[in-house]
Design a protein around this ligand. Structure first.
Ligand SMILES: Cc1ncc(COP(=O)(O)O)c(C=O)c1O
Length: 405
């Protein structure tokens, strides 16, 4: 019976409310960025207790656009942004796409996050921001990071792509820095299928973000930026000397709007958020507890008393000296219906696209170790205790077979 159990990596919930809105939107033919995107943004902001949320096309774009806001406050192309060496590759890509140079800092292997003790050494006169990543929903050490940033006049942009539902000292992750960037891709807790959203308490930044997602547009009226009033631009002839400013562009922008169909999925997900979060948290906490018994061979992360890990996925790291390889474990799990993903890579030394920056293998030993020995599995809302027990049994089986050899 147990053999029939499968643990797919991800899932998606499309609640009835989403389906109703989707049909209404399709029939109305007003499908591009409009009133439902705005409703979703307001709901997301309210959930996090933050003033503004600006929806975009992807989590990567959320990173890119948040970084691009820095040009409005004095940053120049080619300036530097400090990021952890280990993350999903989108973090490093986003820094380059925004026109900055990523400066990588190794991680702490226990937290999987940027090692705060190594940040100051990486700061130069070109540094404009620190972009910590809350990997696997585990909050980065924000007190130290914000302290270093303040001391050195740097902005903080949180890559909270994987950190829906995470708390750091009572605060929602993604609301602690100057801006937070979330992914809304399918595997994430709140999803719009494809999508991303930037959170901020700075209304000027929000206005810049709305301009950036729409080609750097100058007009700030709802028709141009939010597309929620009917008819023509409300400020059509309100530019200087009464000229038409609909096609006036103030900054280098992007085409990165969310559409109404995606927002509809997001609105339904917001309604279900607490249920989804609770199911995922139950899976995560159960696993974190039971997994301790494999401690001589396999590790995961640990939840500190001052934090709540956002239940994105469950990371597994093969301990040094274990008598098996990641491939062996992955094959064993996959052959028994358990989907796995590697736990990303050291971007500067294990991802080809960053070679031109000149880093070499060995520069980031902790990130590289995880890149070679880490994996993660899904803990989403369609999985329950029987799936988690099955996973634990399969791991136990694997370890006893390996021990027997
Ligand atoms: C840490 C991190 N940053 C950025 C992204 C990019 O998000 P998206 O895939 O929505 O572009 C992801 C994707 O999951 C991620 O894990």
């Amino acid at each position: 019976m147990a053999e029939k159990i499968r643990l797919p990596f991800g899932t998606i919930s499309i609640p009835e409310r989403s389906k109703t809105i989707i049909i209404e939107v399709l029939e109305s033919k007003r499908v591009s960025n409009g009133k439902y995107v705005r409703e979703f943004e307001k709901g997301f902001a309210a959930l996090l207790g933050v003033q503004e949320a600006v929806a975009v096309s992807s989590g990567t774009d959320a990173d890119v656009l948040a970084l691009s806001v820095l040009y409005d406050i004095g940053a120049r192309r080619g300036d530097e942004v400090i990021v952890p060496a280990l993350s999903f590759v989108a973090t490093g890509n986003a820094v380059l796409h925004a026109g900055f140079t990523p400066v990588f800092v190794d991680i702490d292997r226990k937290t999987l996050n940027i090692d705060p003790g190594k940040i100051e050494k990486a700061i130069t006169e070109k540094t404009v921001a620190i972009m910590p990543v809350h990997l696997m929903g585990k909050p980065a050490e924000m007190d130290t990071i914000t302290h270093i940033a303040k001391k050195n006049g740097l902005s903080v942009i949180e890559d909270a792509a994987e950190a829906h539902g995470a708390l750091y000292k009572g605060k929602n992750v993604g609301t602690i820095g100057d801006m937070g960037a979330f992914s809304l891709y399918i595997a994430h807790i709140i999803t719009t299928i494809e999508g991303g959203i930037v959170t901020t308490n700075n209304s000027d930044f929000a206005e810049i973000l709305r301009s950036l997602r729409s080609h750097g547009r100058a007009c700030k009226c709802e028709q141009c930026v939010l597309n929620i009033t009917s008819g023509y631009c409300a400020r059509r002839f309100q530019g200087k000397d009464g000229e038409d400013i609909r096609f006036t562009f103030e900054r280098v922008g992007y085409s990165s709007k969310m559409n109404e169909l995606e927002a509809a999925v997001g609105i339904g997900n917001l309604d279900e958020y607490h249920t989804i979060l609770e199911k995922r948290r139950n899976n995560l906490m159960y696993l974190l507890d039971k997994f301790k018994k494999f401690g001589s061979y396999l590790e995961s992360i640990h939840e500190e008393s001052f934090e709540r890990i956002g239940p994105h996925a469950f990371p597994v790291i093969i301990q040094e000296g274990a008598h098996f390889t990641r491939n062996q474990l992955v094959n064993f799990l996959e052959n028994r219906g358990i989907d796995t993903r590697n736990l990303f890579s050291s971007m500067p030394t294990q991802c080809n696209g960053f070679r031109f920056l000149g880093y070499k293998t060995g520069d980031f030993p902790n990130a590289e170790y995880i890149g070679n020995n880490g994996l993660h599995i899904g803990i989403h809302q369609d999985l329950g205790k029987e799936h988690i027990e099955y996973f634990l049994d399969v791991v136990e089986d694997f370890l006893s077979q390996k021990a027997g050899k």
